[in-house]
Design a protein around this ligand. Structure first.
Ligand SMILES: Cc1ncc(COP(=O)(O)O)c(C=O)c1O
Length: 420
């Protein structure tokens, strides 16, 4: 019998229901691909979900667009500064640089990967206007301390909720604490509508700007929408045949070569030169999103169940668990990070698992600005200025805990870890 491959990196959100929904959109609802009212429905659904009434909400085709437009509506003088964590995705840096802000990177904490408060304080000066707070892999940042800093220095906060949909602190959903929040249901996030990012404006001073942003956005072409939907088909087929190397390689190779699916990041993004920020969300992807939000409780329950098994049974002193849930938190366990001794151990560990048909999540490893291959000089990073982020990124790996991983799979992974 062929042994199933367990994957933590790609294909984390694909499922039969996603496959069927995409098929339905690309056939029966094809003539209506861009003209329904799903967008409005899902923007209202989302406000109800977050239990907020006043905030304004606007959806974009991707995160970079949401951040770019947010930075454009904040009035700044030349060389005003924005503080960002130096353990992030290059699209954040790209959007900041393209919107003409000066980007300043702050280091992170070793134990929870939060942006480091002392490093923020060191970087603040009279030109600092914004801080982006990222809840990395789900762990909610230190809300109380950051609110104090923002008030003291009169700084706006943008909450990066790319990893933290559903999570709560003090019984309040993340994303509702600060001036702006940007959420994601991109295809490797908590739930997936393949691509989609949503800006929440909580600061009343900026409510009116929403119309200004709307006037600049246009819908993606039908072709681009279809290429996105086709990802759910190609990925499901590739994953189903993952152990028959030729078939899955062929599906992915042809899909990429013939541009039948969209790419994660282009070279221009890794070089921080990407400028196309004016796309909104197509209705068909909003339809996927609504169906996924209905399933979010089950998806997260599953992530939590598998993560708890890891928490309880991993018993190898060489491996450090990251994150414990505090009493006042509800966490989505979007990813399960572990820390190893050094870069060599990471390579050994990764290879050992690969030999056993398990692919660990390596996208956020070996580089502190993901993905690998990003030009950190173009992202305006000064080497060695954030030593902890540089160190942690070399020693981190992520275990699979997504919907395609069963309890038995998790137990098999634990046995391997404890033997390593
Ligand atoms: C924490 C975080 N913020 C922002 C982004 C940027 O999203 P996008 O690639 O859609 O622009 C990502 C991408 O994965 C991310 O992980």
């Amino acid at each position: 019998m062929i042994k199933k491959t367990l994957i933590a990196d790609f294909f984390t959100t694909i499922s039969l229901s996603q496959y069927l929904d995409s098929m339905y959109l690309m056939t029966f609802r094809l003539p209506l691909l861009r003209s329904w009212k799903d967008i409005l429905k899902f923007e209202n659904n989302f406000k109800n979900y977050l239990k907020i009434k006043k905030s304004k909400i606007l959806s974009f085709y991707n995160w970079r667009s949401a951040l770019y437009h947010t930075l454009k509506i904040i009035w700044i003088k030349k060389n005003d500064e924005i503080i960002v964590s130096w353990y992030t995705c290059v699209t954040v840096s790209n959007a900041v640089i393209q919107s003409w802000w000066k980007i300043i990177y702050s280091d992170i904490n070793k134990k929870d990967l939060w942006i480091n408060i002392e490093s923020i304080k060191e970087n603040i000066n009279n030109k600092t206007k914004v801080i982006i707070i990222q809840h990395t892999f789900w762990k909610p940042s230190d809300i109380k301390k950051i609110i104090t800093i923002a008030k003291k220095f009169n700084i706006l906060i943008i909450e990066d909720c790319a990893h933290s949909l559903w999570s709560e602190v003090n019984w309040q959903k993340l994303g509702t604490f600060w001036d702006f929040a940007i959420f994601s249901t991109w295809r490797d996030k908590v739930i997936s509508s393949i691509t989609w990012w949503l800006l929440l404006i909580n600061n009343e001073r900026y409510f009116k700007s929403i119309n200004k942003i709307k006037s600049k956005l246009k819908l993606p072409s039908i072709l681009l929408t279809l290429r996105n939907l086709n990802y759910n088909l190609a990925a499901k087929e590739a994953y189903t045949f993952y152990n028959i190397w030729v078939i899955w390689k062929l599906i992915i190779y042809l899909s990429r070569k013939l541009s039948l699916i969209t790419e994660i990041l282009t070279v221009s993004e890794k070089e921080c030169k990407f400028k196309n920020f004016n796309l909104s969300l197509p209705n068909s992807l909003a339809y996927l999103w609504i169906n996924q939000l209905n399933k979010i409780e089950n998806i997260i329950k599953h992530n939590i169940k598998i993560s708890n098994i890891y928490n309880e049974w991993i018993d190898n002193k060489k491996i450090k668990h990251l994150f414990k849930t505090k009493k006042n938190e509800l966490n989505n366990y979007y990813r399960y990070p572990i820390i190893l001794k050094n870069e060599n151990e990471v390579e050994k560990f990764y290879k050992y698992f690969k030999k056993n048909n398990i692919l660990l999540w390596k996208t956020w490893s070996l580089t502190n600005i993901v993905p690998l291959g990003t030009n950190s000089k173009k992202a305006k990073y000064i080497q060695k200025s954030c030593p902890i982020a540089e160190d942690i990124s070399k020693r981190i790996l992520l275990l699979p805990n997504n919907i395609n991983i069963s309890k038995n799979d998790a137990e098999e992974i634990i046995k391997l870890i404890n033997k390593f």
